[in-house]
Structures are given as C-alpha cells and as structure tokens.
Design a binder for this molecule. Structure first.
Ligand code: FES
Length: 143
C-alpha cells in the first residue's frame, strides 16, 4: 500500500489523541465494513471549537485522517467544522489509496456526530443544523 508522507506522519505521530473528560460534545461512529470505531471529543466555547481529542480502534488510514481532521477543526468555528469533508481531509493528507477512502469518512462522521451530541445537549435538534450524518457509501459498495 502506498501512503503519502503526510499519511505516514499522522499515522506514526497522531495529533490530539486522548479524551476530554468534560467534553461539550462526544461522537462515536463505527465503520460497518471493517468494524473500526472512532470516538471524538469536542470542547466548545461560544461557536468556537477550543479543543479536540480523538480515540480510534481503527486502521492506519483512520488514525491519520482523524488526526488531520482534528487539526483542521481545532480553533475553528462550528460552521467551519460542519463543512469539513472527508475529501478535504484526504487532500490535506496528499491523498489516500482508493481502498482506504472509506476510512476517511469515519473522521468526517465522527466530527458531525460530536457536534450533533453538542446540539442535543443544548436542547437543539441537531438534524435542523447538521442533517443526517452521512453514511459511508464506499463501505456498502465493498461489502
Ligand atoms: Fe476500518 Fe480503515 S479499514 S477504518
């Protein structure tokens, strides 16, 4: 498998690994295809994401994409985080091998799931803001 240098860097030295005990939003998502799991913790102040941590029981590409995703939303607004797509994360990592694209979807889903949890805790229906959390088409294609 050919991984870019950036993927290898984020895989061997992932950023923002861990938990936030008093997180404002926690999202847990699983990949139906491989059974990998990702958990994302957000600390939110006003509309800014002040801290992000993640834990994953997943493959190398899942570790690298979640690491990059946390870097891309840290210090950003909720609106920016909601616009983060798995494609943007992959581009920031200089690409992923096609069979690993579905792993990057886990990172996007985890961010959205954590924001959804945040809105639910605020008493706001997250579907109004986030919509349905995207599911991984790729995974079903490869089933
Ligand atoms: Fe499961 Fe990559 S193979 S997330």
């Amino acid at each position: 498998m050919n991984y870019s240098e950036k993927v290898m860097d984020h895989f061997t030295n992932p950023r923002n690994v861990g938990e936030i005990p008093d997180a404002d939003g926690i999202g847990e998502v699983g990949n139906a295809k491989c059974g990998d799991i990702m958990k994302m913790y957000l600390k939110i102040d006003g509309d800014t994401i002040t801290d992000v941590k993640f834990k994953t029981f997943g493959c190398g590409a899942a570790v690298a994409t979640s690491s990059m995703a946390t870097e891309m939303i840290k210090g950003k607004t909720i609106d920016d985080a909601l616009k983060l797509t798995n494609k943007a994360v992959m581009e920031a990592l200089d690409g992923l091998p096609p069979v690993k694209v579905h792993c990057s979807v886990l990172a996007e889903e985890a961010v959205k799931a954590a924001l959804s949890d945040y809105y639910t805790k605020q008493g706001v229906d997250p579907k109004l803001i986030i919509g349905e959390i995207p599911s991984c088409e790729e995974c079903h294609e490869h089933d």
